[in-house]
Write a protein that binds this ligand. Sequence first.
Ligand code: NG6
Ligand code: CA
Length: 534
Amino acid sequence: MKRVLHFFVVIILFLSVLFVNGCVEISEQEHHGMKPNIIIIYADDVGYGDLGVYGSELIPTPNLDRLAAEGIKLTSAYATASTCTPSRYSLLTGEYAFRNQRAQVLQGDAPLLIEPGSHTLPSILAKAGYRTAVVGKWHLGLGDGDLDWNGPIKPGPLEVGFHESFLLPATNDRVPTVYVEGHYVYNLSEYDDPLRVSYSGQIGDLPTGVSHPELLRYGADLQHSGTIVNSISRIGWMDGGQSAWWDDEEMPIVFTDRSKQFIQQNRDIPFFLFLSMHESHVPRLPNPMFLGASGTGLLGDTVVELDWVVGQIIQELEYLGIRENTLLIFTSDNGPIFDDGYDDGAIEHANGHKAAGLFRGGKYAAFEGGTRMPFIASWPAGIEKGIVSDAIFSQVDLLATLAPLAGADLPEGAGPDSRNLLPVLLGQSDEGRDFVVQQGAGNQLYGFRYMDWKLIPAADNRPGWIENKHNSRENPLTTPQVTTSAYLFHLKDDPGETNNLAGEYPEKVRKMAEFFGRILETPERLQEFEALEL
Ligand code: NG6
Ligand code: CA
């Protein structure tokens, strides 16, 4: 009896030491303001090969190169999809986009895709005491259908966890070409010139690419031949709201200034900034400062512009004395594309630049070039300098990885596909994921990487096959498929995915397809996986 009592006393003492220690750690963190600020700079269509630090010899990116030298560079980091909306959806919700049928490239008048009030990366950080903001490209829908752009625009980012927002609502090639600040179009004087938007047919009498091709800086495909703004025809039609139209060339400066303002205002409390730039998405209209800066045409020039923005943010953090405790992450939403609808000379002036580096395919593809992304993280107080890691990491993991860093608990059901890979992000471990899903355009085309093996599963009705189509104008969603059969590659021996081994290893194809099928069915975190013997 005495012994049992003794045993209990020891256990209770042990538990209370644990408890007290845990509390001390948390309150110390809070007391000293130790929680790092978090900034994610998200690029649009920037490929693995676009940055100096990832091997581009042509495009100068000194600020991003420096960021990598001062932190960690991942070489196997993935966007969840090779198009924009799905990748952004996954990053913010920690859920693969194919679980939401509406999570496809959205038009500019689509309703909000993320459930208001649901658990998101910003809502979790906000609950942990962070001030949160999104500046830049949104492309996740606004409102709940039938939006009146002249009134309050909601729900939107403010209903899914952001305290502040200043948005490019969809893409820079889609109407409306206006900024949205909080719940309102920025600078709109609706009384004399209401803003109207349509994706079903022309409205109003503004010139379009079809009616007035002579007004264009450069030509465009039919899809991009709607309303003309700044001598560029866009997707969709728009009327009115002229006081609010953005100036494409000023956009990087507008977003940079907004971001600096937010950082200044919140310098004394932990903050999370999602700075979502539109470079190098079409139409490419770099600020004159950057015209010709890359020697690789307009695509490269916009990458130089983006690098400048990164430099501006770093400088601001240094100036405010908060660089040391700020985690700055840079990555991109999908692979590169030279011709995405405009005759902007990107192909002619590319000068041999390989925007996807050594990888095959680009935007829209299930090949590596579609989703293998540059990924750099720097946090002087928390990550050692000059680390390079080939651990497999997906942007869907950011939610469960950043929550613990912010001292936040992961609420029940939050981020169902998101894994906590904080030790990988901090360069303390090479134990990344074993596998990752790479969604191509639409939801019938996938890549599935398991360690060094890569499967593109057979599918009957997948959309047009994107061979190295980042040089062509074919629309992947309507181009007839070239093949429906499976592809299998060994990425270590064949990173360029040129040698299809599916015929040689039918058993590997079968095992991987079965494994992949389970992920399609049920969120990753709700399953126990046994290691695949391949
Ligand atoms: C496509 C557009 C393309 C681009 C893309 C979205 C056509 C033919 N193509 O539908 O130009 O806007 O949508 O890009 O309309 S993303 O990076 O935002 O996903
Ligand atoms: Ca994109």
